[in-house]
Ligand binder design. Structure first.
Ligand code: ADP
Ligand code: ZN
Length: 209
């Protein structure tokens, strides 16, 4: 099963992707995570994308398409995958058409006011990538690996607004691009409430294949 998750930053894509990945046994491919790993490793690509990411802008399409193309060639992607954070531009979507055939696109829908609230309180484990909010995890320690949680630089208020603008301008046109393959879900409830209709939808899709 080859799936794309579409939605604004902070809409809950990553959380949903983890649940799908677990239940349907397909890898979650987050371009944000791939780039953050490069920054952490301080490799050539990491040096190139660090300041771009901190500003909330998009990494150039050529670079992004290349990293995804390489990732999708790994053996664990044979059975399928979930793309989380890619494509983010129509150009990327067109390039993806040439790399792989996508079964379904899930649009995670959430009002901007709630997004800003959620992102401001989001805390991330720098070690394993798990996501928490300050409210659920006031101690600031990862429940999986005990690392000290951090606030990502691009989750600071000034950057959040910029990222939402970038989404409106560059990524929301993809909703039209994929209109025929789109399954829309609201993420205004709990992560589990968001997941249930998606799970039912994917089970049907899987049964058909
Ligand atoms: P979020 O979805 O919370 O905005 P991500 O972790 O997906 O965060 O992405 C963080 C940053 O990584 C983006 O703001 C951007 O700079 C870069 N990035 C991730 N995916 C892409 C992409 N498909 N195209 C261009 N840049 C990307
Ligand atoms: Zn952790």
């Amino acid at each position: 099963m080859k799936i794309i998750l579409l939605g604004a930053p902070g809409s809950g894509k990553g959380t949903l992707a983890k649940k799908i990945s677990r239940d349907f046994e397909i890898p979650q491919i987050s371009t944000g995570d791939l780039f953050r790993a490069c920054v952490k490793a301080e490799n050539e690509l990491g040096k190139k994308v660090k300041s771009i990411m901190e500003s909330g802008a998009l990494v150039p399409d050529e670079v992004t398409i290349e990293i995804v193309k390489e990732r999708l060639q790994q053996p664990d992607c044979k059975k399928g995958f979930i793309l989380d954070g890619f494509p983010r531009t129509v150009n990327q979507a067109k390039a993806l058409e040439k790399i792989s055939q996508i079964d379904s696109v899930i649009l995670v829908d959430l009002a901007n006011e709630i997004i800003v609230e959620r992102l401001s309180s989001r805390r991330t484990c720098p070690n394993c990538g798990e996501i928490y909010s300050v409210e659920d995890n006031p101690e600031g320690k990862c429940k999986k690996c005990n690392s000290k949680l951090i606030q990502r630089d691009d989750d600071k208020p000034e950057t959040i607004l910029h990222r939402l603008e970038v989404y409106e301008r560059n990524t929301s046109p993809l909703i039209n691009f994929y209109s025929e393959r789109l399954f829309k879900v609201s993420s205004s409830g709990t992560p589990e409430q968001t997941y249930q209709p998606v799970k039912a939808f994917l089970e049907k899709l899987e049964a058909k294949a």
